[in-house]
Write a protein that binds this ligand. Structure first.
Ligand SMILES: Cc1cc2nc3c(=O)[nH]c(=O)nc-3n(C[C@H](O)[C@H](O)[C@H](O)COP(=O)(O)OP(=O)(O)OC[C@H]3O[C@@H](n4cnc5c(N)ncnc54)[C@H](O)[C@@H]3O)c2cc1C
Length: 413
């Protein structure tokens, strides 16, 4: 690494870092992108199990009507498809498909939950209210719907999710990239000056320029864009000298990381009598299953919150075995005979993620905006955590990377 002064160092080559890098280069600036992993894309990552691809992190191109990845996919020649949604899934409890009465009760609970969300949007919740508070006085079905939404959409338990932040999230149609959202995002790294396998350890912003220390020497820049996940910052993965201002530290302590996780199970072509693709919910276990996406011989389980913390904490082998058990309780014991291999996406055990994505703690509604405030005029944080309505998504992270770049271009003009 050369300590010759450059305009900007971007820390991280995920969606935000790549977007910032590209915008800064288009503005004619001299930049370096430093990435700890040996690949680009961060939490947008298309992994594979026995040669079959699956998105271990982001899979859905949310709020497609304003998501920059729709235009980027067109630019990269990547075809997108409409996501058919999870609404048509089949629900099970204790290995049995819900009967008509239980299905009707479940649907009524879900409707009550969505009505309560709509009312919260119209009326604005009290400061400090959590997703759990929203359904506290409602039916068991509504509370269950909130629990499942918290665990599967946010990766966290409802009482730990700030309601005002949640209802500020953008909505809109979802698209999917059959070849993988991770591959699509990684394609944006082409032609960018990314140094892979280089971990930033310390950022010294005490001088007029910033010294970025890495596992392979130091870099000096006029400005720095830090796009590492909130989990990495909270864990002290990067030291700051001087320490970050109190407002930034408060912002970080107002957020935690959810633990949305996935387990991919590969089978030998067996479909167990299910159409491809299908969705199934194993109520009471914390598992949702996506069966044979894009016609592949894969079943993708998702889980979040404390169930995921517990299971993923037990290690890959145990997590795969437990997932196969729950899946077999739905489709039958044949699943065990036809199982080929499994793979986990345990982001909470990943030192460069430290979790799934950022969750605002109840009562800390200003945390995302506060983290967006530049530090010393030369250190900027950008990524899904700073994205307000687009937070927790690739699209939001990308827009944030562009926002940080635009601020720097203006500052250097
Ligand atoms: C299981 C799961 C499912 C998801 N599903 C969706 C979905 O369907 N749709 C959607 O839009 N979003 C989804 N997301 C969220 C989405 O993946 C993230 O919001 C987005 O990828 C974040 O981008 P980012 O650039 O902010 O952070 P990241 O992608 O995490 O990029 C940060 C980069 O910094 C690097 N880094 C970390 N520490 C250091 C260091 N010390 N030095 C140098 N580099 C470092 C990391 O390796 C990483 O590459 C999902 C996430 C998970 C975990």
């Amino acid at each position: 690494m050369s300590t010759a002064l450059c305009d900007v160092v971007v820390v991280g080559a995920g969606a935000a870092g790549l977007a910032a890098g590209r915008a800064l280069i288009e503005a004619g600036l001299d930049i370096r992108i430093v990435e700890a992993r040996t690949r680009a894309g961060g939490r947008a990552f298309t992994d594979s199990v026995v040669g079959q691809p699956f998105d271990a992190g982001a899979a859905y191109i949310h709020f497609a009507d304003r998501n920059p990845w729709v235009a980027l996919a067109a630019e990269f020649g990547v075809t997108l498809e409409k996501h058919r949604g999870w609404g048509g899934g089949v629900a099970f409890r204790d290995g049995r498909r819900l009967d008509a009465g239980a299905t009707a009760a479940r649907r009524a609970g879900m409707a009550q939950f969505w009505d309560a969300m709509e009312t919260a949007r119209e009326e604005q919740p009290a400061s400090g209210a959590s997703l759990g508070d929203l359904t506290a006085g409602l039916s068991e079905g509504a509370r269950d719907a909130a629990l499942r939404f918290g665990q599967h959409a946010i990766g966290e338990e409802p009482e730990r999710i700030d309601l005002a932040d949640l209802i500020a999230q953008w909505e809109g149609p979802d698209l999917v990239a059959p070849g993988g959202y991770g591959h699509l995002v990684a394609a944006a790294a082409r032609d960018l000056p990314v140094s892979y396998g280089v971990q930033v350890t310390r950022i010294d912003w005490s001088g007029k320029t910033v010294l970025v220390e890495t596992t392979q020497g130091a870099l000096r820049a006029r400005h720095v864009v830090v796009t590492v996940p909130v989990g990495v910052l909270r864990a002290g993965g990067i030291a700051f000298a001087p320490a970050l201002p109190a407002a930034t530290r408060d912002a970080l302590s107002g957020m935690t990381m959810g633990v949305l996780s996935k387990v991919a199970l590969a089978f030998d072509g067996a479909r167990f009598g299910w159409p491809a693709p299908s969705d199934a919910y194993a109520l009471g276990t914390g598992f949702n299953f996506e069966l044979f996406p894009f016609g592949r011989d894969l079943v993708i389980a998702t889980l979040g919150g404390d169930v995921a913390r517990d299971l993923m904490g037990q290690g890959d082998e145990a997590a795969i075995a437990a997932t196969l058990d729950v899946f077999a309780s739905i489709v039958g014991g044949e699943a065990r005979q036809r199982f080929v291999a499994g793979r986990t996406a345990a982001w909470m055990r990943d030192p460069f993620a430290e979790g799934g994505y950022s969750v605002v703690r109840p009562g800390h509604g200003g945390a995302r905006a506060a983290l967006r405030e530049p530090v010393g005029g030369r250190v900027r944080f950008a990524g899904e955590a700073t994205a307000e309505g687009g937070s927790m998504t690739v699209g939001g992270a990308t827009l944030e990377g562009r926002r940080a770049a635009a601020e720097i271009v203006e500052a250097l003009a």
